[in-house]
Design a protein around this ligand. Structure first.
Ligand code: 13P
Length: 252
């Protein structure tokens, strides 16, 4: 059985206050979800301790980015081991904002995936094409390349610690969502690439991200290869985030 996951990526938003109130609400409401649905909160690193405390082990916590190194003289960086030590179970790797604003390449993604999995966390590896790449008909080729290169460091036996998130860049924060048909087509294509790489493709959770809201989540999650969502803006609004979680719950 594939994991079913709704993860809220707060990006550089939130506060101590939100960490307490929103996470407290999600924790208390999450008892009503289907048992198979995992809820993950991914706050800015500085609030991980607050979120872990408030989550009380009922919901999982992730980090938005980790260093490519285990430890040492890398001022300002946070290691995967430190995230684990602070209570994280997940780490995002290769979010398009990291790729576009901080120059992260597929090679760096592969290095981080190896470090994240090695420290015992589950990597949520983000892939997705730009509008230009989609309009020129190259979306599947671009995404397939990101999957192959970004996951090139994964060893047999480590695939259970890999989750993929397909986030078309043009859908992030824009209010434009991929249609459920387009999302399904890309997820099926990603699964084919994984199969071709020798991965247990049918067991790897594939999340969709990009302007997922309470009113479009059920449609997206109803697709056979969409195993959940990676939510940005809507994850900062407690009721809306829970409503998205419930859509997955209802779809399992
Ligand atoms: P939005 O849901 O705000 O479009 O962000 C998606 C995203 O980038 C999640 O990682």
């Amino acid at each position: 059985m594939r994991r079913k996951i709704v993860a809220g990526n707060w990006k550089m938003n939130g506060s101590k206050d939100l960490s307490e109130k929103l996470v407290g609400y999600v924790r208390s409401e999450s008892v009503s979800l289907d048992k198979g649905v995992e809820v993950v909160i991914i706050p800015p690193a500085i609030y991980i301790g607050d979120v872990v405390r408030e989550a009380q082990g009922n919901i999982s916590v992730g980090i938005q980015n980790v260093a490519r190194w285990q430890s040492g003289a890398y001022t300002g960086e946070v290691s995967s081991e430190m995230a684990k030590d602070s209570g994280c179970c997940f780490a995002l790797v290769g979010h398009s904002e990291r790729r576009q604003l901080f120059g992260e390449t597929d090679k760096m993604v592969a290095e981080k995936v190896s470090i994240v999995v090695g420290s015992g966390l589950t990597a949520i590896v983000c892939v997705g094409e730009t509008l230009e790449e989609r309009e020129s008909g190259r979306a599947e080729v671009v995404v397939a390349g990101q999957v192959r290169e970004g996951l090139s460091s994964v060893k047999q036996g480590d695939w259970q610690n890999i989750v993929l998130a397909y986030e078309p860049v043009w859908a992030i924060g824009t209010g434009k969502t991929a249609t459920s048909d387009d999302a399904q087509a890309m997820h099926a294509a990603i699964r084919d690439v994984l199969r071709d790489m020798g991965a247990p493709a049918d067991e790897i959770a594939l999340l969709y991200g990009g302007s997922v809201k309470a009113d479009n989540a059920a449609d997206l999650f109803s697709e056979p290869d969409v195993d959940g969502g990676l939510i940005g803006g809507a994850s900062l609004v407690a009721k809306e985030f829970m409503s998205i979680c419930r859509s997955l719950s209802a779809g399992t």
